[in-house]
Design a binder for this molecule. Structure first.
Ligand code: KG4
Ligand code: ZN
Length: 352
């Protein structure tokens, strides 16, 4: 089945054309980062207005790059939530209008469902620590600007929540620490770059919840510890000192995420871990998970970076699965700002 997918949950407008839920023919992403950087975070109304401009453009480009026309499209999958409501409504309205006009089925997909199924897409650059193909069941760590969640994934539409952050998401902590250090928004990738030349043991930041039972996380304590450390410095936060701060902060986050994820996988007898979402681009996180994979029987799967950040192609795995089984959403489909993934058992239906 040839499907068009549309993602607009936050500050990236994206459209993709994917065949059979596996083969990515195009995956166009228009980032709004320049618009929001000067505000230090995403401004919801500006995001929605920019999606309105970018949506037709990315859809046109996705068709062109894939070498297909709208008449070739057999179904549409769109992010229906969670996310910024105004932003979601733009992509959803575009998807509904096209589905109606082309008389093809529509399905609303959960944003995190898209992220944690992304390693099934066939691209040359998806990273796996072993030679095995990814199979159900597996443990998924969804780490993004809005989520830090551990799920047991038994199949498409079968997600059990194992743990989650009790306060900030890991990406949010990266962005806030970057802001404290005078870096621009979003700061995750900048911290990652600085950390590569810093000493991860220079500052000793806490590892909250690490030794508590269960698999929940907390990142606000690490963030506060970084703020207190910055206030105590008797020299400007720049040069080598800035790299040490970035490396020590990143080390604390990576330590907590990796140790909890491997413990959860062992306890739930899962031999595969998928790490997905924007923070899965982090080089320190990728390195640590790969190292731990070598010393355990657990294989680790990272989507390639373009499929970790927000993108439309990732919606195609669940989208194609549902559409080919006739599991569709009605044209009255509404967007959901809040939508727990563990409640997803199929396509979103109607009103929120
Ligand atoms: O999944 P995503 O693109 O959007 C959301 O659904 O939130 O994730 C964005 C988050 C931001 O917080 C960003 O700073 C973070 O992912 N991020 C990173 C890196 N690249 C993006 N965090 C750490 N290291 C990176 N290399
Ligand atoms: Zn995301």
């Amino acid at each position: 089945m040839l499907i068009l997918t549309i993602e607009s949950s936050c500050d990236e407008t994206s459209a993709a054309i994917v065949r059979d839920g596996r083969c990515v023919l195009s995956n166009i992403i228009a980032s709004q980062v320049d618009i929001h950087a000067c505000y230090g975070g995403v401004v919801p109304e500006l995001a929605a207005r920019k999606h309105l401009e970018s949506c037709p453009v990315v859809i046109d480009q996705a068709l062109q790059v894939a070498g297909v026309t709208l008449q070739d499209i057999e179904g549409i999958a769109v992010t229906a939530g969670p996310g910024l409501i105004g932003a979601l409504l733009v992509g959803l309205s575009a998807a509904k209008a096209l589905a109606f006009a082309l008389e093809i089925p529509l399905v609303g997909i959960h944003h995190i469902e898209g992220h944690i199924l992304a390693p099934f897409l066939e691209t040359t650059a998806n990273i796996s620590s072993g030679t095995q193909q990814l199979q159900f069941p597996y443990l998924a760590l969804a780490v993004s600007g809005g989520h830090t969640h551990l799920f047991r994934v038994d199949g498409i539409g079968a997600y059990e929540l194992i743990g989650q952050t009790l306060d900030d998401a890991a990406g949010e902590a990266f962005d806030k620490v970057a802001k404290m250090a005078g870096l621009t928004y979003p700061g995750g990738a900048l911290i990652d770059k600085l950390a590569q030349s810093g000493d991860p043991c220079y500052f000793n930041f806490p590892r909250p919840m690490l030794h508590r039972p269960g698999f929940d996380f907390s990142f606000s304590g690490i963030k506060t510890a970084v703020l207190n450390q910055i206030k105590k410095l008797d020299q400007p936060l720049e040069g080598e000192l800035l790299t040490h701060l970035a490396a020590s902060f990143q080390e604390a986050v990576v330590d907590v995420l990796s140790r909890k994820a491997f413990k959860a996988a062992k306890e739930h007898q899962l031999s595969q871990i998928v790490v997905a979402g924007g923070v899965a681009c982090n080089s320190g996180l990728r390195h640590r998970f790969s190292q731990l994979s070598l010393s355990t029987e657990i294989d680790v799967f990272f989507p390639e970076p373009i499929l970790c950040a927000d993108n439309a192609a990732m919606l195609a795995v669940a989208g194609d699965y549902y559409l080919t089984r006739g599991l569709t959403s009605p044209l009255e489909l509404n967007a959901r700002a809040n939508w727990p993934l563990a409640k997803v058992t199929g396509p979103l239906q109607g009103q929120c």
